[in-house]
Design a protein around this ligand. Sequence first.
Ligand code: NAP
Length: 285
Amino acid sequence: MAVRIDGKAISAKVREEVAGEVAALKDQGIQPGLAVVIVGDDAASRIYVNNKKKACEAVGIYSEEYALPGDTTQEELLALIDELNRKPEINGILVQSPLPKGLDEAAVVEKIDPKKDVDAFHAYNVGKIMQGQYTFLPCTPAGVIELIRSTGVDICGKQCVVIGRSDIVGKPMAMLLLHENGTVTICHSRTENLGEICQGADILVSAVGKAHFVRGSMVKPGAVVIDVGMNRDENGKLCGDVEFSEAEPRAGFITPVPGGVGPMTIAMLMKNTVAAAKLQHEVRS
Ligand code: NAP
């Protein structure tokens, strides 16, 4: 039976470290600040934004929320980003996705000052991640690396399989595993023999967005299984991509949903906001 990776406990430790760093910065007269922009009234986005606000309060980060109506124009949104780029008390800018139809998300991300791009989605930061010289790591993949580290399993030399190739999870996830010297395979909707490829994975990361997608038979005995998926099952219950009851008896380590990757994402956002404040105030760690 697999050991459950406790994302809540591990993220609490990260947040504690961040709170310590925030306190040290405050002693130097620096207050890290995060602006969260939400457009429209998507219920799930609202929950994520509230959680981010609460996390900021808990670690002592100053936060501002900009809740814009669903009919906000591209020009209005870009003007707000421009204003936040110039605002000294704001070190990090996060635009909650998805944006309502008609708004160009990529153009909005590119408008964010790369130094304030705490999601690490700007092309400049994506390029830096490719080169392995980064200030910010994308929050979810960075959180996954921490979860894998917590198991004591060394990524170096391991067969790592990432299912999903999105810009925000799959691709940067694969890159971070590569930086850790994993041997990485990226799978997607056109991949042939997916089950067979997964069966060879010492470390399996699923970021697909489909309930019951990873079956127990796809899990190599003893593998580390990380479930990034956040889905609703037939009963409306929050679940991941992995069929937990089948995978848990085979895996060595496994993340539950909820309580696995989700809490880590927010903790890493807090970490990036502090890193952004240090960068902008030229504080060396
Ligand atoms: P996405 O942009 O929809 O990407 C999904 C990926 O899954 C795509 O690359 C797609 O392949 C692949 N895929 C779809 N069907 C497949 C199949 N049958 N076989 C193999 N691959 C398949 O989603 P995302 O933004 O990366 O998010 C993925 C999941 O993670 C979602 O459930 C999301 O809610 C969750 N998430 C969680 C957190 C967290 O903090 N826990 C953060 C971000 C996202 P193609 O490219 O070929 O279409």
